[in-house]
Design a protein around this ligand. Structure first.
Ligand SMILES: *Cc1c(COP(=O)(O)O)cnc(C)c1O
Length: 233
């Protein structure tokens, strides 16, 4: 079942890329395993997937303990400051930075282990009250502030769209995230005023889940985070 699901998702990614004139390898698939067991996570890896995502640090740590470096790990869910250490130890990319306090903690933990931690800033593009993430305006000032942290690399932005039955209705949020990225990546790169330090292109857009990934790809997603469409039996 997982193999069929994965083939179908891969084909849908390819079609969405084609429709929007993007190369099929423009989009990285992160398989979100929060509702999958170790066995299913291993199954997608054996089918050629490289990237696994978890939304909670505890679950990330327990999957990592079983699977280790066979996967590239993503923390896609909200991160509490006091869990930063494990998140930094394991994650290739932390998608959910939404405060200076958290960024500072990540920077500190990364420094301890001699790592530069790749992160995304989570933006609440829809303004929905229940979602984590910060407003686009806050994102600009957050990025300016944390771009000076030496052990953090800001790679781009992440958003979670509201759950709706018609994915077309969340297109404006994805578009807004892309425009924000474009705006931020065109700011002159001088130290202290820059969003992003020179070594890291600020290009990633983590957006799109089972319900809405095709629309997200059409709007420029570079990373999509898929759980149910792959693991549901
Ligand atoms: C669960 C989760 C996903 C995957 O959601 P599906 O709808 O199962 O594809 C993506 N991103 C985050 C942050 C999640 O928590």
């Amino acid at each position: 079942m997982i193999a069929e699901n994965l083939i179908s998702v891969t084909q849908r990614i390819a079609r969405a890329c084609e429709k929007s004139g993007r190369p099929p390898d423009a989009v990285r698939l992160v398989c979100v395993t929060k509702e999958a067991g170790i066995e299913d996570a291993l199954a997608v890896l054996s089918l050629g997937v490289k990237d696994l995502g978890e939304n909670r640090v505890q679950e990330l740590a327990s999957k990592y303990a079983a699977i280790g470096d066979k996967a590239t790990w993503h923390l896609v869910g909200h991160l509490q400051t006091n869990k930063a250490r494990d998140a930094v130890r394991i994650s290739s990319l932390i998608h959910s930075v939404d405060s200076v306090k958290l960024a500072k903690e990540i920077d500190k933990e990364a420094k301890k282990i001699g790592k530069t931690q790749d992160i995304l800033v989570q933006v609440n593009a829809s303004g929905e009250a229940t979602k984590f993430g910060i407003t686009p305006d806050e994102a600009v000032s957050l990025i300016k502030e944390i771009s000076l942290y030496p052990n953090i690399n800001i790679k781009g932005l992440m958003t979670i769209a509201p759950e709706v039955s018609d994915p077309e209705s969340v297109r404006p949020y994805f578009r807004a995230l892309r425009e924000l990225r474009d705006e931020l990546s065109s700011v002159p790169r001088e130290k202290g005023t820059v969003p992003i330090r020179g070594q890291s292109p600020f290009s990633e857009l983590s957006m799109g889940m089972t319900n809405d990934f095709e629309v997200a790809i059409e709007e420029g997603a570079t990373i999509i985070r898929i759980g149910r469409a792959i693991f549901q039996k």
